[in-house]
Write a protein that binds this ligand. Sequence first.
Ligand code: SIN
Length: 434
Amino acid sequence: MDNIVDVLIIGSGVAGLYCALNLRKDLNILVVSKSKLESSNTYLAQGGIATARNEEDKPFFVQDTLRAGHYKNDIKAVEILADESMENIDELIGLGVEFDKEGKDLSFTKEGAHSINRIVHTKDYTGKSVAQALIKEALLRDNIRIFEDSYFVDIIEDKGKCTGAIVIKDNMQINIYAKAVVLATGGIGGLFNNSTNQRILKGDGIATAIKHKIKLKDIDYIQIHPTAFYEENVDDKRLLISEAIRGEGGKLINSKGERFVDEILPRDVVSKAIFEEMKKDEKPYVNLDIRFLGEEYIKNRFSFIYRECLKKGTDITKDYIKVSPAQHYFMGGIEVDVDSKTSMRNLYAVGEVSCTGVHGANRLASTSLLEGLVFSKRAAIDINNIIHYNKVKTVRVSNLNESIEELSIRNERMVIGALRERCKDLDYELFNCR
Ligand code: SIN
């Protein structure tokens, strides 16, 4: 079965949906989602969205981002991130996202390696409030169609140009042809047993890039979040204990009841300190103490984490939270320019699957949703400007003779192979990349 659209977007997290919403309303857009719209990593994001507070703060935001990223960042991309941060927050507010306020003003919190409080948030479920607003708006738009539970098989390439993608929906192969294709397939956390990510995120976009020799960048830059809730034998994603908790004073404590690290240093530094402490203590976790914040404050400000920990038997208003590091984010990915263009014509990549270079070797806290917003909007603007020059070209695509399971195992192996080759330092014992 063939289908022709103007713009095809693979992925429905913040980057995919925000791109769709910023495309011209006269364009016929199809968004393909691997599962349900609510199953994205965006939905799980807790902490918030960092933004430059004002013109004067922009250079400081840039400096904090570079310092956290070990100066391996692309400076131009970082400057764009800071420059365009506030306008995108305003756009979200226009779409109905209700960020927390102090009086009439937005409430800004602090997380690791930020020199000032500059993170807007909706309590501890910012991602959910952003995702819900984007989903609501996308469903209202007549020019946006959404395929849920649809498996992205591959892009369609014709003479070095991307002309569409192959998708399986309801056990049927659909060849979708488009004037522009946007990969927004998310990260790689589903390849790790120990990760805060949705299990369905297995680097599908990265596998596509490997198959089609599309340029990748920095695929050895994998972020480990210092604090995921510790449980024995979990098959599912790990419950994130937001960095905002440490930003608001949460203390990391070893088995002797002593603090062992400044909790708001960059994530890689705090994760390393926790690993060392776990080794010394011969324990698979350390403790995080936030009891001093008081029951009322905790139940209001960190209501999601409070409820989720309670379900797991820990009352965080009374008990220490057992935490250990977990894979959290992929800074590397498909190399893109500042308009999110990949090395293949007509193909864009946005969000975690892409590598804008903005994060360098270690992402500054609460900049992932921001990167998704800023650079997916830039992709949309680029597409809006050039799309009338593009023509849809249909080419012959052979019928698939592999099942979805076979295809996904093959893709996973390909991505894991590439990661293992590049990530010599990653401790596979701890993260168990399958
Ligand atoms: C967190 O809340 O700790 C996660 C935010 C992020 O990934 O930047």
